[in-house]
Design a protein around this ligand. Structure first.
Ligand code: 5GP
Length: 185
């Protein structure tokens, strides 16, 4: 099985992914994507992402190295490597994908019943706006862009196997584990 986690920016997706990875280090492994964006803060090449140039990215597209790839933000490309899925499965682990909503829908289409696709939703757009403003590290213009994108992405929740509303982080983490366990039965 593979697990796909998608959410509008600010919905707590990364926290949920981290929760699974740290609670069950011998069960799950993160599929590390390629991106053309520059590393942020403490990010390390090969840990959060494989940071590559636009030219390298285009070469990989031509070689068929990606199972899916998207221009997630203007001019910035992100892609899931076929080789990551093989690497993780050969290690006997379940791959987890932290990708954008479009990419998640594409992967689910490819993997069908072998994939559990999960949409993490904020309680509301108002709450999402509050959270994004609360972070204090994003410009107003970027926040407005993210909110507009979130509005569109919320409409795609119906394409996922499961939707979890992140109204309370502890409760949402528990629901995530329950939903995964139920799928395995
Ligand atoms: P960030 O730049 O903040 O790390 O990620 C931006 C967005 O790109 C997030 O929603 C993240 O989940 C998504 N993303 C990361 N890797 C991939 C990928 O391989 N494919 C797609 N489609 N989206 C990705």
């Amino acid at each position: 099985m593979i697990i796909i986690l998608c959410a509008p920016s600010g919905s707590g997706k990364s926290t949920m992914v981290k929760h699974l990875l740290t609670t069950y280090p011998n069960r799950y492994e993160l599929s590390i994507s390629c991106t053309t964006r520059a590393p942020r803060g403490q990010e390390v090449n090969g840990r959060e992402y494989y940071f590559i140039t636009r030219e390298e990215f285009e070469k990989k597209i031509q070689e068929g190295a990606f199972v899916e790839h998207e221009q997630v933000y203007e001019g910035l490309y992100y892609g899931t490597l076929r080789s990551e899925i093989e690497r993780i499965q050969q290690a006997g682990h379940t791959p987890i994908f932290d990708i954008d909503v479009k990419g998640g829908i594409n992967l689910k289409r490819l993997f069908g019943d072998e994939a559990l696709s999960i949409f993490i939703a904020p309680p509301s757009i108002e709450e999402l706006s509050k959270r994004l403003h609360g972070r204090g590290d994003t410009s107003e213009e970027m926040i407005q862009k993210r909110l507009a994108k979130a509005n569109i992405e919320m409409a795609d929740a119906c394409h996922f196997d499961v939707t979890i509303v992140n109204d309370d982080l502890q409760r949402a983490k528990k629901e995530l584990e329950e939903k995964i366990a139920r799928t395995k039965e």
